[in-house]
Structures are given as structure tokens and as C-alpha cells.
Design a protein around this ligand. Structure first.
Ligand code: A3P
Length: 347
């Protein structure tokens, strides 16, 4: 996958760039060390891929790497958002990568339409490089969230999986807006299953669909329980509808055209009648289609042990039918009905 450089700092690093001294790794190691004592006070349990997960503020976390509980603690202690930041928040495997692409392509459409010399980043790079996780930006020496985008009035896009209860106070107290995306838990669970077993880290133990079902229903996988994650953001979006845009993967798939327009309005860059007439919305949909992103990400690694390709599979609504037994499906439906009984969410 080609690397490119522009002022949005969307840079795809080759593995060899990182070989010798990696400030991101050093910073992460320092952070893990800083919070190691607090880690030992948390309840732990074996869960996803045979790992010990830790329970913090009602949710399960890993204990190392950027998506660890220590990272959430560090962000809570010292993350400072820029007021123009907009965050995509998701439970993993809900369509994060797709919506990152849609938000990035929508917000930056003028830039890449006008300047034909610049290749569209989404045709050569992983959407996760275009809309970075704050968990990864935080440990960079010169984080994108400081140096990126010189115009303070233009929105800047980031993402996280952190549950609402544990979002850094600094984000909640800011004027930053959030886009939240969720998906039918049965498709999320199956997506987790295929994703996890394609990871190539040696210490991770592959899981059967039955084992994945067990950890998913118990919530013992990163950022689980899934239902509580959704519930908290749903309620917050009802309280703060202008600050939190609540989306579902299913509606996005069914009516991508209108949902992209809705996202554009929320990002503060609505499509003009003229743009719409020229097929501007369809162009975004095309660049961000599963086929196009799959092609752009067929080679290379996003991160150690995580290929670019692993984020793109079937992208179906209701694909769970091929993998779940009737019994699993019924149990998941029962949990969903019980947990979401007072919420107006349907998948
Ligand atoms: P499946 O495993 O069901 O195919 P996340 O990005 O949160 O990790 O979610 C991954 C899921 O989103 C995968 O679902 C993947 O195929 C799907 N996905 C990725 N890109 C997509 C796109 N452009 N359109 C629709 N779905 C997409």
C-alpha cells in the first residue's frame, strides 16, 4: 500500500519505518507502567481469545496495547480535545471502518475533487489511517490531533471505542460532537468471530463460534458488554441530540444516500443542491463501498499482526444466519429484547 503525505497527516507507515526507535511504542510502554498498580486492583477474567480481561467502570478491557484499560485511564487523566474535533464512537465490529471512510470522504470532498494531483486517500490507505483512534494518537510524540489541520474552524475526525461512562470528562465537557454507530448484535458477534480468528498474534488462542458466543453473551470481550455500550450512547443521544448523532449499520446500508447527507449536515458540510445534482453523494458512496475499500486494502498491515484486509468481509445485514444456531439466535434476541426494551432501537 502506498504511503502519502499531506497536511492532514494521513500517513501510512511501512513496517521498516518503525523498526529501530518507535516513540509510539516507548510512550505506550511508559503509560502501561504508570497505571500498572491500578490494573492489579481490577476484577479480571479469562475471555476473548484466551486473554485475561479487566473490568473497569462496567466494561471489559485488554491489559496491554493502545486499546487497554490503562489507555482509557490515561485518556481520562490527561486527554485534551480540540473543540473542532468530531469523534466516531462504536462498539468494535459495528462498521467503524466504513463510517470512518464515509465521514472522511464527506468532510474532505472539496479538497480531493478539486486537486486531481492528490490521490484520494481512501483509494490508497486504510480508513483507520484517515480517521485515527485517539488511543493511538495519544501515544505519538507529535500527535495528529495537535498538528493536524491548521484551520481551527474545520472539523477534525477521530474515533474511539470507549464506553460513554468512561469517556474522558474533557470530551464530555467540550463542545465536541460525536457520531455513534451500532449494529445488530448477532452480526456484530459473527463479525468478531471472523475478525478474531484472522489476527496473527501468536499468544491469541483461536475461538470456535460457540466460544465466541459465550464471551459475547457474557460481555467478556474488549469494550463489552455490547448492549450496555449501545444503551449508554443511545440515552445520551436522546439527551443531547445536537451533539450525538446515533446511527445504525442497518439503516446506513438500506438508505446510504440519505444517511450520507445526514452525516454531512452533522459534520457541518451539507451537500448543496448543485453537488447533489452532479452526483456528489453517489461519488462518496462509491469511494467508500465495500468493494472499493477491499481493493485498496488487499495488501499490507494496519498494525502488527493486523492486516489491512481483516476489516473488510461480507458487510451483510443478517449474515449471522449462516453461522448462528437457532438456539444462539434466540438467546441473543432475548438479551437484546430485555436490554433494549425501553429504547427505540430496531435492527
Ligand atoms: P462483517 O464481518 O459482517 O462482514 P468494524 O469496522 O467496526 O471493525 O466492522 C467490520 C464490519 O464492517 C465487517 O462486517 C466488514 O465487512 C464491514 N464493512 C467494512 N467496510 C464496509 C463497507 N465499506 N460497507 C459495508 N460494510 C463494511
Amino acid at each position: 500500500m502506498a504511503a502519502f503525505d499531506d497536511s492532514l497527516s494521513v500517513v501510512s507507515k511501512s513496517t521498516s519505518d518503525k523498526e529501530h526507535h518507535d516513540p509510539e511504542k516507548d510512550n505506550l510502554a511508559h503509560l502501561l507502567d504508570k497505571y500498572k498498580d491500578r490494573l492489579t486492583t481490577l476484577p479480571k477474567q479469562k475471555g476473548w481469545m484466551g486473554e485475561n480481561l479487566y473490568l473497569y467502570q462496567g466494561f471489559w478491557y485488554r491489559s496491554y496495547g493502545p486499546f487497554s484499560v490503562q489507555m482509557t485511564m490515561a485518556l481520562q487523566d490527561s486527554y485534551q480535545p480540540h473543540p473542532a474535533n468530531i469523534y466516531l464512537v462504536t462498539p468494535p465490529k459495528s462498521g467503524t471502518t466504513w463510517v470512518k471512510a464515509l465521514m472522511f470522504a464527506t468532510l474532505n470532498r472539496a479538497r480531493y475533487n478539486q486537486n486531481t494531483l492528490l490521490p484520494h486517500p481512501l483509494l490508497i490507505s486504510n480508513p483507520h489511517n484517515c480517521v485515527p483512534f485517539i488511543e493511538r494518537e495519544f501515544t505519538k510524540k507529535t500527535p495528529n490531533y495537535v498538528q493536524e489541520n491548521p484551520n481551527p474552524h474545520t472539523a477534525r475526525l477521530f474515533s474511539t471505542h470507549i464506553p460513554y461512562t468512561s469517556l474522558p470528562r474533557s470530551i464530555l465537557d467540550s463542545s465536541c460532537r460525536l457520531v455513534y454507530l451500532c449494529r445488530n448484535p448477532k452480526d456484530v458477534m459473527v463479525s468478531w468471530y471472523y475478525f478474531s480468528n484472522k489476527l496473527t498474534k501468536k499468544h491469541l488462542t483461536p475461538m470456535t463460534i460457540k466460544e465466541m458466543f459465550e464471551v459475547f453473551t457474557k460481555g467478556t470481550l474488549p469494550y463489552g458488554p455490547y448492549w450496555d455500550h449501545v444503551k449508554e450512547y443511545y440515552k445520551a443521544s436522546c439527551q443531547h441530540p445536537t451533539r450525538i448523532l446515533f446511527l445504525t449499520y442497518e439503516v446506513l446500508k438500506k438508505d446510504t444516500f440519505n444517511q450520507v447527507k445526514r452525516i454531512a449536515e452533522f459534520l457541518g458540510c451539507p451537500f448543496s443542491k448543485e453537488e447533489e445534482g452532479k452526483g456528489g453523494v453517489e461519488e462518496i458512496m462509491r469511494i467508500c463501498s465495500l468493494e472499493s475499500l477491499k481493493e485498496a486494502n488487499k495488501d499490507g498491515e494496519y498494525n502488527e499482526g493486523v492486516s489491512n484486509a481483516v476489516f473488510f468481509r461480507e458487510g451483510k445485514v443478517g449474515g449471522w444466519g449462516d453461522d448462528l444456531t437457532n438456539e444462539m439466535s434466540k438467546i441473543l434476541d432475548d438479551i437484546t429484547n430485555e436490554k433494549f426494551q425501553d429504547l427505540n432501537i430496531s435492527f
